[in-house]
Design a binder for this molecule. Structure first.
Ligand code: PMP
Length: 351
């Protein structure tokens, strides 16, 4: 059989998404979803949709949704691309901007989908190792056709200053996609770089701050020529009708998104402080998750013990750079108190 499958596909490992357990009673803190409801306008639009429209193809260029996103960021619709989750946007960046003999760069550790997307296109990977404190220094003479700069970074939760990102993109020959999946939880973002520089795109998603991981909507903003290239190669109807409509009303309702983000940020700070009181080390998060290093107990053991208590967090155990940490999504305050009680019982030996 294997002769029927591309060699590069045989050789690659696929992306492993976090698990989505169905049993009730689980505290699910493993995939950086938002625990709060999306905008109530989403419920309204769903009840207003006439099912007759579903027999027609959706708008291939998502004009009404892109108008709303363009208005939000103060740019033209020609500067906005929307995709089936930002994962699709990232994949289309490689297909639009990287030649067969080109290369894709990203930080290590960072979002583990990037190397998988490069493998799918069978292009060279040029990861840049972060230092011990997950800080960022580009190697001398570094180049790549496309660089995925995750800011704030995942899974480390740290934000890089725009003052450092700007000189990097200015000196970089290829395209830089600043992946701002978590930017709504941060105190700074780089959106204005996308609108001011020819080689910069900023990617966003409705999966985190807008509580809409289930509809799959991501977008990027940037130079109209780059955006036009992505439109040329995308599937004709890459964003379905329901998603276009739900996303449109959700983006219009900035108040609900901001209120949910504030609640998460407040809970995040409370949980970080309590974990540090319990003797764990916690990085200064600018996201909706915490990057936590337990001391006196192995990360893997803590992960397994939490699981026994029906609390699921994310453990990236097969990498030296991440194996001593757990990534904990910030849930509701009651969920996080359950999590904190469980951590306390486990680290105090009462597991
Ligand atoms: N970028 C980063 C850094 C992420 O962590 C994620 C979520 N896994 C994504 C992109 C993908 O988001 P989406 O749900 O829009 O595909």
């Amino acid at each position: 059989m294997s002769h029927l499958i591309r060699k590069s596909v045989q050789a690659m490992s696929g992306y492993v998404p976090g698990e989505q357990p169905k049993d009730a009673g689980i505290v699910k803190l493993n995939t950086n979803e938002n625990p709060y409801l999306p905008s109530p306008d989403v419920q309204d639009i769903l009840s207003m949709i006439d099912i007759a429209v579903l027999s027609r193809y959706p708008d291939p260029v998502c004009m009404e949704l892109r108008k709303v996103i363009a208005e939000l960021h103060g740019c033209a619709v020609e500067n906005v691309f929307v995709g089936n989750g930002s994962d699709e946007v990232l994949a289309l960046c490689i297909r639009s901007f990287v030649e067969r003999d080109g290369s894709v760069g990203y930080f290590d550790p960072s979002y583990s989908l990037y190397p998988v997307l490069a493998d799918i296109e069978d292009v060279e990977k040029r990861p840049v190792s972060l230092d011990a404190a997950y800080g960022w220094q580009m190697p001398a003479d570094y180049s790549a056709s496309l660089f995925f700069l995750t800011n704030p970074n995942a899974p480390t939760s740290l934000r890089y200053a725009k003052a450092d990102v700007e000189p990097f993109v200015d000196g970089f020959d290829g395209v830089v996609l600043i992946d701002e999946a978590y930017a709504d939880f941060a105190d700074e973002n780089c959106m204005d770089l996308a609108l001011g520089k020819n080689n910069v795109l900023v990617g966003r998603t409705l999966s985190k701050s807008y509580s809409l991981a289930g509809i799959r909507l991501g977008y990027c903003v940037g130079n109209a020529e780059l955006i036009g290239a992505m439109f040329k190669i995308k599937d004709s109807y890459n964003v379905n009708y329901l998603t276009q409509e739900i996303a449109r009303v959700a983006v219009l309702d900035q108040d609900t998104m901001k209120a949910n983000v504030s609640a998460i940020v407040e809970t995040r700070e409370m949980v970080a402080e309590k974990l540090m009181e319990l003797g764990l080390s916690v990085l200064k998060s600018q996201t909706n998750f915490l990057w936590v290093k337990p001391l006196g107990i192995k990360a893997k053991t803590l992960f397994e013990e939490l699981r026994k208590k029906k609390i699921i967090v994310r453990y990236f155990g097969n990498d030296e750079r991440t194996k001593d940490y757990l990534r904990v999504t910030v849930g509701t305050a009651p969920e996080m108190f359950k999590f904190l009680d469980a951590v306390e019982a486990i680290v105090n030996g009462g597991a």
